[in-house]
Design a protein around this ligand. Structure first.
Ligand code: ADP
Length: 479
């Protein structure tokens, strides 16, 4: 079975968040389930620089008035189609923003172009490789099912995966005439969304199946607090919605072989984590012998970083240390930097994005704090489990599905892997921290929890099988 995956970022070529990790790991995992998955992504400068040798497999003389080509490349086992459209993608800054962090004003056109190119591939643009099914990720690929339905490949099934329903790609209706869609696509049954154009909305409306990245989040998006305006659509399509939890690339994230870890270790050699602990303390200027709590995150309201800023002092008061790696909301960055200056030697903050440092922190911290208000899946708790860093998480979305709370019964049964809290407030987080410190004072239980986490299955095996099952069902049904 041939499946085209379409995403706006893909690790290890370009990454701003969890979407890239999933887009990079899923194709490799699907290979073991009889699925030949190739990925289409934009030819950003970072991608063009890293991919090396390419072969031009198609030319598109005018993609929204821009000259484009599709290049084929193989990179670290991934089979890639790169949309080389310099006028759209050869720019300074990140995938979505300019060098000053402002959204590109033509993002709608850049990602409509990505989606249209995907639909053209579905329709046979590359004669030697015509996919049986197309799997689109997030709003940037939201128009893929729409372009397929309206002419390009109406019989080919599509899957629309929501990695975060908060990001919807909603634009003014003035762009609609430029989208090269027939007028009937601007309707409630397709891209029209409260008078605007909704990229994700259109994809969810017409895709053969909708998935999201954990079973709990799949249930949560039926409710207004989580559905962000799309709950009605999700309810109407309930029979087509399912949740498949993300796995992680266990080759990249393996504490026993990770070249970024000061002293690689297994569950039987937890003492070796000490070398990474020293590295974290050095990097963040920490000094103490209590537990190190880390944060590796976008610093936003979604991630509960305002709650963290409120409790940072309490962590120090109880003898803990805090190491924060992230960037995002300027006010939250400022609040955390200020906390660090009040608590020198106990709180360290690194504003920025640093993939190698994130590995060191997972290997050398004692616990990771993830107080998200909503979390479709979350990947950092999965890396933490594998690295013996105990996750302390809000009970929501994929966090609820992947961490086993250290209640008395789970501890007695020897299965606890972390701490969950369900009142997602500063006080809820404080209460969870009180439980964490209590277990910290019982090193045997703490070590047992680390080992339980390191043994838990965070690989793609089960989830890749679930995607393969979904693809097979869609193909046997037809559109
Ligand atoms: P989201 O995609 O919502 O940001 P996830 O937990 O699903 O959250 O994925 C975040 C990914 O980005 C993880 O791989 C995490 O390690 C990584 N990450 C987040 N912030 C940073 C940072 N500042 N430096 C390095 N890696 C980061």
């Amino acid at each position: 079975m041939k499946v085209l995956s379409v995403a706006s970022e893909l690790y290890p070529l370009i990454k701003t968040g969890g979407l890239a990790d999933v887009a990079g790991a899923l194709p490799l995992a699907m290979g073991q389930h009889g699925v030949e998955m190739r990925s289409l992504l934009p030819g950003y400068p970072a991608v063009m620089k890293k991919i090396g040798k390419t072969k031009k497999v198609a030319s598109i003389p005018s993609l929204f008035g821009v000259k484009a080509a599709v290049l084929f490349a193989v990179h670290e086992g991934l089979e890639l189609y790169v949309l080389d459209a310099p006028a759209f993608f050869q720019r300074d800054g990140g995938p979505y923003t300019d060098a000053l962090g402002r959204d590109h004003v033509d993002n709608w056109k850049r990602f409509a172009a990505l989606s249209l190119a995907a639909a053209e591939i579905a329709a046979g643009l590359i004669p030697s490789w015509k996919p049986d099914l197309v799997h689109a990720h997030d709003w940037q690929a939201g128009l893929v099912p729409v372009y397929m339905r309206f002419g390009r490949a109406p019989e080919t099934p599509s899957v629309m995966t929501v990695h975060n329903i908060a990001f919807q790609g909603q634009f003014s209706p003035v762009i609609f005439p430029e989208l090269a869609l027939p007028p009937e696509a601007f309707s409630m049954d397709c891209v029209e969304y409260y008078g605007d154009v909704g990229f994700l909305k259109g994809g969810l409306q017409v895709a053969s199946a909708i998935t999201t990245v954990s079973p709990t989040y799949a249930r949560e998006i039926f409710q207004p607090e989580f559905g962000m305006g799309l709950e009605g659509l999700v309810q109407a399509r309930a029979g087509h919605v399912s949740g498949i939890v993300n796995g992680i690339d266990t080759a990249v994230w393996n504490p026993a072989t990770d070249p970024l870890v000061a002293a690689p270790f297994s569950a039987k050699q937890l003492a070796r984590r000490g070398a990474s602990r020293q590295a974290v303390m050095r990097h963040f200027g920490l000094d103490g012998d209590g537990p190190i709590f880390c944060i590796i995150s976008r610093l936003t309201w979604q991630k509960g970083m305002d709650l963290l800023a409120e409790v940072a002092g309490d962590i120090v008061a109880q003898g803990g240390m805090l190491a924060v790696l992230g960037s995002g909301d300027r006010a939250l960055e400022g609040a955390l930097v200020q906390a660090a200056s009040h608590h020198k030697g106990r709180i360290g903050v690194h504003i920025g994005y640093d993939e190698p440092l994130s590995h060191t922190m997972q290997a050398g911290s004692d616990a990771i704090l993830i107080p998200s208000r909503f979390e479709p899946c979350g990947l950092t708790q999965l890396y933490a489990l594998r690295y013996g860093c105990i996750p302390v998480v809000a009970r929501t979305g994929g966090l609820a599905d992947t961490v086993i709370d250290a209640n008395a019964a789970a501890i007695a049964a020897g299965v606890a892997t972390g701490f969950q809290f369900s009142t997602i407030t500063a006080d809820g987080l404080r209460q969870a921290l009180a439980r964490v410190f209590e277990v910290w004072r019982d090193p045997e239980t703490w070590r047992q929890m680390q080992k339980n986490g390191m043994k838990s299955d965070v690989s793609w095996d089960k989830s890749a099988a679930a995607y393969a099952g979904l693809y097979t069902r869609l193909l046997s049904k037809g559109q």
